[in-house]
Design a protein around this ligand. Structure first.
Ligand SMILES: Nc1ncnc2c1ncn2[C@@H]1O[C@H](COP(=O)(O)OP(=O)(O)OP(=O)(O)O)[C@@H](O)[C@H]1O
Ligand SMILES: [Mg+2]
Length: 351
């Protein structure tokens, strides 16, 4: 048994870690990407023990991690803290780096062997916001180093293609509809032709729905996550959700079209390809149907076979990262066996 490489999805709302078990099955661990800091005193400690929450002590504070932080925040009437905002590490939470490390450890553990590769997801450059991922990626790589890993970047949309398009020779369009961003990758035989992100995603829907309905954002998110079908809204609240969902989807389609048409060298797709949708925002009822409806309204530059959901929309990014890491280790081993052909091995063997 060789090294246990990992895949890590670093999302605004969720962290997901992927590893292969001894039988070769992929195991995913999901954790809400948030924490709560609580001042240590005998009363709070007793309560934490009673509530059986996951926490760590650091300095004069206790940090509650993941879903527990969420529940406890409600009980204590406090606001949870989130290391990320709008798709990247939040500058408001710069001192959260050690806590981020603990959250990562909770989903992938420590490396058994020093410098074990761990591929982690990063967003592509946004078309409608001004930031780069240098700082964001550096924080993640640093946290992974502390846990004994060698971190390697993987674009989130590309990870979806890796996870869901093996049967299509890794040719098609992978989309991740998350909380902070939408990430898209148009791939031709594993090679990304177009990659970008937009900042209209789940949080954007919540913010706008909250505004038009005069409710707070948390409540808007709860409404959205509870059994809505965007093909068949049942009341005024659901109508509002549908309006923003349609806009989000058509906006994404328009951006793929524009990016593809303006890119310098784009491949020709002789055969129709699939669009695979993943991420929490794609979980709403009717998502792929509405996507197909919106697609019919435009002249799309790539022939499309069908729009489908990832097998496990919340896990696909982490799975894609793990597959990339496994593939890399395989290539390294091949390269060591055939020293005369250094580059030939880096072509992906399509299975
Ligand atoms: N059943 C559901 N229906 C609709 N939306 C949902 C559902 N479950 C979760 N969501 C939404 O999915 C979003 C989170 O998705 P996901 O975990 O893929 O994001 P993330 O990877 O953490 O964020 P990002 O990739 O943008 O950084 C949130 O906006 C949440 O409200
Ligand atoms: Mg994501």
């Amino acid at each position: 048994m060789g090294m246990k490489v990992r895949g890590l999805d670093v999302g605004t709302m969720n962290l997901a870690g992927a590893v292969q078990d001894d039988k070769g099955n992929i195991k995913i661990k999901l954790l809400r990407h948030c924490f709560l800091d609580v001042d240590v005193n005998p009363f709070t400690k007793k309560m934490l023990l009673q509530q059986k929450v996951q926490y760590v002590e650091m300095g004069k504070k206790v940090y509650v991690l993941g879903e527990s932080a969420f529940e406890l925040a409600n009980i204590m009437n406090k606001v949870i803290r989130r290391p990320m905002k709008d798709g990247v590490m939040s500058p408001d939470e710069a001192d959260a780096a050690p806590i981020f490390g603990l959250l990562v450890e909770a989903v992938i553990g420590k490396a058994e062997v020093p410098n074990t590769p761990c591929y982690y997801s990063v967003p592509a450059c946004p078309v409608d916001a001004d930031f780069n991922i240098v700082y964001h990626s550096g924080i993640i790589a640093g946290a992974l180093k502390n846990l004994g890993y060698l971190g390697k970047e993987m674009n989130e949309g590309h990870a979806i293609v890796f996870s869901e398009m093996a049967d299509q020779d890794f040719t098609g369009i992978g989309c991740s509809f998350g909380g902070g961003m939408v990430n898209v990758c148009v791939s031709y035989k594993t090679i990304p032709a177009v990659m970008f992100s937009t900042s209209r995603a789940g949080d954007w829907i919540d913010k706008n729905v909250a505004q038009v309905l005069g409710i707070n954002q948390t409540r808007a998110a709860a409404l959205k996550e509870k059994g809505v079908n965007i093909k068949n809204p049942k009341n005024r609240e659901q109508e509002a959700i549908v309006i923003y969902y349609r806009n989000l989807i058509s906006y994404t389609i328009a951006n793929i079209k524009a990016k593809f048409e303006s890119a310098e060298s784009v491949p020709q797709f002789p055969d129709p390809v699939d669009i695979v949708c993943s991420g929490g925002t794609s979980l709403i009822g009717g998502f792929t149907e509405v996507f197909e409806e919106e697609l019919k309204k435009v002249e799309f530059p790539i022939p499309i076979n069908k729009v489908r959901l990832a097998e496990e929309p919340l896990n696909a990014t982490a799975k894609g990262c793990l597959l990339a890491a496994l593939n890399d280790v395989e290539i390294d081993q091949e390269a060591q066996q055939e020293p005369d052909e250094p580059k030939a091995a880096s072509k992906k063997s399509s299975k």
